[in-house]
Design a protein. Structure first.
Lengths: 370, 515
């Protein structure tokens, strides 16, 4: 007999419900923290975080600031895809943060020092990001070095290396790298008419649609191709993949190279829009790569879901700046948005780990049948 | 506990129906356990035995039906309720704390304390009295990790008795025991029944049921088939009830038609992961077309490492392997797979990606072949589905939702059938089958033995690695005995006896084996 699974039993519906639940929980706890700090402004505070660009009264202003949120969503989505892709092979690519950093270094160096046009800058970024992933992959495949350890170490190596290299293209009076718009206009990503849709927000470029296309491509690679079949088999059961003659070492390295390229490209999507300049005195790894972890899990480990979760997380992050500064110190905005983001990410993470552990236990207990 | 003498049944499960998505696990099942009897519950893997017991234990709630204790309806919502009703269970995989002593494990959860201090003396007295009464010899102060499996099982039994359980469930208790330990367990179970305990004995081993049980209830594919008195039945009838058709308990086969040498192993040595010595030492032998060669031996004598070396999962320390005249000693696994099919020992570790659907597992060894790809990159879902449906049909692999069933949710027997279907259908000259019938029921075992013999008759070389003496004697054409990593004897199953084979396996007898 066959019976159709009920609506609530479908995995996709469950994933979406779980994500929504996490969001509500995250917002609730964020609200409680605001209440604890200063009950007077808590209600308005959480509302203004949620409203983000809608805090502006006029439509054109709203569109302009929605554009800004999207500009930062694109790199976040790329980092999330990097982590998502590697996670399917059973690898936790915390090194995405460092791959993002070297991506930033590569694209800014190519744009400002070498004066190259944007397509070449993107290509160089992909190569350098990929190399950073390659290092983690080789260490993992041939030295059995845990990818989390080597990834974190490479994050810091990357940060200081990039600070050093970009010091050659910084403005003489500030720690920031030169403006691409005034140094090498050809390196700016084209807007292709998108800017006019967002009240002439010149930072809105092809990076945004491109990142969505890449998410869809990643989904197709994972679910529809031979390579995706191997990657997911390796992630689910490494021993069975080896038994089936899959080249485990090659797949580990290739996955991390692709992951590195994705995260690196994310940095290029931000910095080649001209939205931000790199500060060569920064002493912490940009949070983009880490927020990508939260976006991955909130997106239910699905590249398509990640598009939406990345937007949500960036929405909340940007929304934090609308918190009333006269009631809350400015650091509180970061605190609240971080609480919301990480709760969103990690509630799902715990759920996944728990199901994994339960499955393992059931495998052990149920070796001889149902 | 007060026992109402007038109620004839200690526990009754009446018209139990339990549904899972895509499958009726229990369909109107009735099970009545008399006080003081040993009642066997017989059924193939996936017949619904475990589900029924989970309902009794409150792990699942039945959609329909009623449970009665001493004639009175009861509700069992969770395992604690079951415990309060005096129902205890010895699980197939023991639930013991390895670094605790026997006594500590027995009292775990029901400790008597005085002012927060553990009072062990009384408990020890009670345990010793119980072990004497029922002939359960254990050392209460030995640590679990130091004692034999049989003794661990006795600890589990004592745990139930210590809690004054009246209804004892044994879930496939003999699967992990040696023949001597099985005999002892049979005596213990009879003693327990004589003392008024009611025993539910879950098994698919017919000879054990014939020996120890008073009555037997049979399930098949989730349905209740019937309950019979053991004294009025025999093994053949029971197996017919269980499988639904006549089952050949003895394997039929023609004399082998032996051809060219397919596999030629010379001086194979494989390192051990557990200790410094090599696990496989200087093993040489040949396997030819049309014969089933069996590597027999007691578990842990190097068979696992031998297979890893042969199939490429582990490198050799020294020696060479030739397959169909080609040197495959250092060949990658994918390349070897063109000539060799491998039914692995551990179907969960190696054989299947449990989170993949059945159809994806069916192509695990050939997803890269052109007919399963579009343009060399994209998976051809339609071709994969068709191929999987074909194999499911040909090998009678049963699952809730066919090709799209997640493999994890299938029963062990059907998982094994899926692996066998995949390995036999792909191209190969040599089939390596490692304990292919482990943990399976007679119906599935019969099917697998038949498949192996068909392989042989089709001119393939078959290498069977088995721990089951009966299987070794029945299926193989030639027996090689492995002891401590060496081949210590070559026997002809038609000319040898189980006793002689046992002597070789125990290392008491040996001879030079040359390829």
């Amino acid at each position: 007999m066959k019976e159709k699974k009920s609506f609530l039993e479908r995995p996709s519906v469950q994933a979406i419900l779980a994500a929504l639940l996490c969001i509500i929980l995250g917002l609730l706890i964020g609200y409680i923290v605001l209440l604890m700090i200063n009950p007077a402004g808590a209600g308005n505070g959480i509302v203004s975080i949620i409203k983000n660009h809608l805090n502006y009264p006029t439509k054109p202003a709203q569109m302009k600031y929605l554009g800004n949120t999207l500009v930062k969503t694109a790199p976040l989505l790329m980092c999330a895809l990097s982590i998502n892709f590697c996670y399917k092979t059973g690898l936790f690519n915390i090194g995405a943060a460092g791959q993002y950093v070297v991506g930033a270094g590569a694209c800014l160096y190519a744009a400002l020092k070498l004066g190259l046009p944007w397509p070449v800058c993107l290509l160089i970024t992909i190569i350098v990001g990929g190399l950073w992933g390659f290092a983690v992959g080789v260490l993992k495949a041939y030295g059995n070095v845990n990818e989390v350890i080597s990834g974190i170490m490479l994050n810091w190596i990357g940060l200081y290396l990039v600070n050093m290299i970009l010091a050659t293209v910084k403005e003489s009076t500030s720690p920031y790298t030169k403006q691409i718009a005034s140094t090498n206009k050809g390196a700016l990503l084209p807007s292709a008419g998108l800017a006019s849709m967002f009240s002439n927000n010149k930072y809105v470029t092809i990076a945004i649609p491109l990142s969505i296309v890449i998410a869809i491509v990643i989904w197709i690679v994972l679910n529809k191709t031979k390579f995706g079949y191997e990657i997911r088999a390796t992630g689910f059961n490494k021993e069975a993949a080896r038994y089936a003659g899959m080249n485990e070492k090659r797949n580990i390295i290739l996955t991390l190279v692709i992951g590195g390229a994705l995260a690196g490209l994310g940095a290029a999507f931000l910095y080649l829009s001209g939205y931000e300049q790199w500060s060569v005195t920064q002493s912490s790894v940009p949070s983009m790569g880490f927020n990508g972890i939260a976006a991955t899990f909130l997106g239910g480990l699905n590249p398509i879901g990640t598009i939406f979760s990345s937007y949500f997380i960036q929405h909340i992050t940007s929304g934090g700046s609308y918190l009333d500064k006269s009631i809350y110190p400015s650091q509180i905005a970061d605190l609240i948005t971080s609480i919301i983001i990480y709760l969103c990410g990690f509630v799902l993470f715990f759920k996944l780990t728990l199901t994994g552990a339960l499955n393992k236990r059931r495998d052990r207990a149920g070796k001889s049948g149902r | 506990m007060i026992i109402l003498a007038e109620a004839p049944y200690a526990i009754e499960m009446l018209h139990i129906t339990k549904l899972f998505p895509g499958i009726i696990a229990n369909d109107d099942i009735t099970l009545q356990l008399k006080r003081g009897e040993i009642h066997a519950l017989l059924g193939e893997n996936g017949a619904g035995k475990s589900t029924l017991m989970s309902v009794l234990f409150g792990l699942y709630q039945a959609e329909k039906g009623e449970i009665r204790k001493d004639g009175k309806p009861v509700k069992i919502m969770n395992p604690n309720d079951a415990n309060d009703l005096g129902i205890g269970m010895v699980h197939q995989h023991f639930k013991l704390v390895q670094c605790f002593t026997v006594l500590e494990n027995i009292i775990l959860g029901v400790e008597t304390t005085k002012g927060g201090i553990l009072q062990k003396d009384e408990a020890r007295k009670k345990v010793l009295a119980l072990s004497e009464k029922y002939g359960l010899s254990v050392d209460p102060d030995a640590k679990i990790e130091d004692i034999t499996v049989g003794m661990q099982q006795r600890t589990e039994i004592l745990k139930m008795l210590y809690r004054d359980n009246e209804i004892l469930i044994f879930d496939e208790p003999t699967a992990v025991l040696t023949p001597q330990e099985i005999d002892e367990l049979m005596v213990i179970m009879k003693n327990l029944a004589k003392e008024g305990k009611s025993i539910l004995f879950i098994s698919h081993k017919l000879n054990e049921i014939m020996e120890v049980a008073d009555r037997c209830s049979v399930l098949r594919r989730g349905k209740y088939i019937g309950t019979v008195d053991i004294k009025d039945t025999n093994e053949q009838d029971l197996s017919r009830m269980m499988v639904g058709r006549d089952v050949k308990l003895v394997v039929d086969k023609d004399p082998p038609k032996i051809g060219d040498v397919i596999l030629d192993v010379q001086g194979m040595t494989v390192a051990s992961k557990a200790h410094a010595n090599n696990a496989v030492k200087n093993v040489s032998f040949k396997v030819r077309q049309g014969e089933i060669v069996c590597i027999a031996g007691i578990d842990g004598n190097g068979q696992t490492e031998f297979v890893y070396g042969l199939t490429g999962l582990e490198p050799l320390v020294s020696g060479s392997i030739h397959l169909c005249g080609q040197d495959i000693t250092n060949m990658p696994i994918r390349k070897r797979a063109e000539l060799l099919s491998h039914i692995p020992e551990d179907r969960h570790k190696h054989g299947l990606v449990l989170d993949y659907s059945l159809e994806y597992n069916m192509v695990l060894q050939r997803y890269f072949e052109p007919q399963f790809l579009n343009g060399g990159i994209f998976l051809n879902r339609k071709a994969i589905r068709e191929y999987s449906d074909k194999l499911i049909d040909a090998f009678d692999v049963r699952s809730g939702e066919g090709s799209v069933t997640i493999s994890r949710s299938m029963s062990g027997g059907n998982q094994q059938k899926a692996i066998i279907a995949r390995e036999i259908d792909k191209q190969h000259q040599l089939l390596v089958a490692v304990q292919p019938t482990r943990g399976l029921d007679v119906g599935a075992i019969e099917f697998i033995h038949k498949s192996l013999i068909e392989e042989r008759d089709a001119g393939k070389a078959v290498l069977l690695v088995s721990l089951e003496l009966e299987e070794v004697m029945n299926v193989s054409d030639r027996i090689l005995v492995m002891y401590e990593g060496e081949l210590v004897g070559e026997l002809d199953p038609k000319k040898t006896t189980t006793e002689e084979l046992g002597l070789y396996m125990a290392g008491a007898k040996r001879e030079e084996v040359r390829a």
